[in-house]
Design a protein around this ligand. Sequence first.
Ligand SMILES: NC(=O)c1ccc[n+]([C@@H]2O[C@H](COP(=O)([O-])OP(=O)(O)OC[C@H]3O[C@@H](n4cnc5c(N)ncnc54)[C@H](O)[C@@H]3O)[C@@H](O)[C@H]2O)c1
Length: 421
Amino acid sequence: MKQITAILLGAGQRGTEIYADYALQFPKELKIVAVAEPRDDRRTALAVQHGIPAENVANTWEPLLARDKFADCVLVCTQDRMHFEPVMTALDKGYDVLCEKPMSSNKKELVAMGNKAKESGRVLSIGYTLRYSRFFMKLKELLEKGTIGQLYAIQHMESVGYWHMAHSFVRGNWRREDETSSMIMQKCCHDMDILSWLVGAPLEVVSSFGSLSHFRPENKPAGAPDRCLDGCLHRDTCPYYAPRFYLEHPDTATKEGFCKVLTMDTSREGIMQALETGPYGRCVYACDNTVVDHQVVNLSYRGGVTVSMTMSAFTKECERRIILMGSHGQILGNMEESIIEIRDFATGATTTIHIPTPATHHSGSDTIMVKEFLQVLNNEGAQSRSNADVSVESHLAALAAEESRLANGKPIFIQEEYKKL
Ligand SMILES: NC(=O)c1ccc[n+]([C@@H]2O[C@H](COP(=O)([O-])OP(=O)(O)OC[C@H]3O[C@@H](n4cnc5c(N)ncnc54)[C@H](O)[C@@H]3O)[C@@H](O)[C@H]2O)c1
């Protein structure tokens, strides 16, 4: 495979830990030759680590994409609302593009991105990691083999985890819909996509309910200050007490990636300093968050398959569980535990499959995704499995779910929406 050169836009968590780290791990396959990032600490660290010449290091993406094409592809890893313009510019300049999800929360922009990819003849692949997970690939294979006969219903549960909710969606970068996107778009567009992929039929109707119920000022315990470190009396009983999260909690304190969102100095002193002054030290009931903390989505497909999906902050684990119900059997799966159980109605037999998965971020699916993108670039004409066409459709489905939620569950007839667009 020929080495692919890439311009990295956004040296945040995804840009650094997924794409730039891939280049370090597989230098024959991928080389980061330029970076755009406004934060000095992140930009400098990445430029030094990858030996990027000064002329290819910029504070923002515009000057790099204003130049004539000087690399094979562009990796768009900026925040949710900053994908459309760099993607359109990069495709215009003749680059192949891997863009992080969500592509956009605007219907017209979504359609324009899909059209631009077609017109330019370049690859536009979206960071839909679930399509590359061994767990979901196995479920798709089992359905296609007819393991449970005819599929009729799916129940899908996206457990966000109370700690992940507090970190990312109450205190953190994805807390406000007007700055990023709705919860169903930012957190569950993966699920909307994978559910449609599993069903394999056109989506017809979407309806949804949900709200931001708990992480609101009126639920703040009596006397609690606005910052945990300002002598909060509820420190031992509040599950969201920030110092515990970042210094002791098994799911957050041990993950450097989580702490690096607060500060590049992940020593105890560095974290305490970040909690004293930064957004992650705020009481979860005194943040400016707007995204929902629980939501259900119902989906109905041509041919009669129905799906119900629940997203909830109020779970201990951060995991995805699924039940696929067919005419001849049932499949139960837990993605994080990498377990699939098949129950056969005719024989009464239960078969358990353990999916071998590396203990890396997203169970190795990010690595498979980047590898496939590079393979597609090496093999002109090949299709990415998370190409713009399929991705635009599932983004529109997520938008429909949000539209329905805001209209108290009104059903949205999605094929009519597609026609209008
Ligand atoms: N595929 C997945 O499973 C997955 C998982 C998490 C996040 N994401 C998505 O990936 C994207 C990035 O997420 P993240 O966690 O890395 O966020 P992040 O905030 O850590 O990184 C975004 C980076 O973009 C930089 N940036 C801001 N303005 C810029 C500009 N003008 N030019 C260049 N860079 C600029 C920011 O300074 C920041 O470092 C988001 O859209 C997010 O929703 C995808």
